[in-house]
Design a protein around this ligand. Structure first.
Ligand SMILES: [Fe+2]
Ligand SMILES: [Fe+2]
Length: 222
């Protein structure tokens, strides 16, 4: 069965050693929160295909995989807390986009612009009420708009210590409700319309992680 829980040399709970092989960095970051980054990468690549956006498929996948890089510096007690977070803990969480940019700079591997943008900006909202910069509408790069939707789809579908997994119907509803609020409206509605296909991508990863089946199509196995 493939190792899907930890990178071989690094536990993704500290700054990566500069000598860490690139594949171990990606593996460690994308496994944080039970493979959240890995699934966001796969979903982002599929959204790019479905919407015919023409973004480079490998780069958009990598941007999804590494979007939560900043969480390597967020305490595991906060990330996996089986309860609602305190206001202080929420403030700690809100630092992860800026920290992500810092960690990617520190690691010194040269990442594409799309990856740096996704790490910094994936909590921006279409209506301008997101963070850390409060960007609005088309000021949010297209690849970040894609990663933000993929991020929400996986966060809603996944069971976490503090929440149940949402039904696909509830996820479809949130995409519709947040069209033009959190998300670029046409993209959000397209994802709601194609939720079955996105769910298949999500389920393939889930089956692989839990049953040792073959890696889902499109997965980076480097
Ligand atoms: Fe995040
Ligand atoms: Fe995320």
């Amino acid at each position: 069965m493939p190792d899907c829980t930890t990178a071989s040399m690094w536990d993704a709970g500290t700054l990566p050693p500069p000598s860490l092989p690139h594949k171990d960095f990606i593996k460690g970051v994308s496994n944080i929160q039970n493979g959240h980054g890995r699934r966001v990468g796969l979903l982002a690549a599929r959204i790019n295909q479905l919407a015919e956006l023409g973004l480079d498929p490998d780069i958009i996948q990598l941007a999804g995989e590494l979007h939560d890089t900043g969480k390597v510096l967020t305490g595991r007690d906060i990330l996996h807390a089986p309860r609602a977070l305190t206001p202080e803990e929420r403030n700690v969480i809100r630092k992860h986009p800026l920290l992500g940019l810092g960690v990617l700079q520190w690691y010194k591997h040269s990442f594409p612009r799309e990856v740096m943008d996704a790490a910094l900006l994936h909590h921006e909202r279409w209506d301008g009420t997101g963070y850390p910069l409060g960007l609005k509408g088309q000021h949010i790069p297209l690849w970040v708009q894609v990663v933000s939707i993929a991020d929400t789809i996986d966060a809603c579908l996944s069971k976490r210590n503090y929440k149940h997994s949402w039904t696909p119907e509830a996820v479809g509803k949130i995409l519709q409700q947040e069209a033009g609020r959190a998300f670029e409206p046409k993209l959000a509605l397209l994802c709601a319309d194609h939720l079955d296909e996105l769910l298949n991508v999500w389920l393939a990863d889930y089956a692989w992680q839990n049953g040792g089946n073959a890696p889902p199509p499109g997965m980076h196995t480097n």
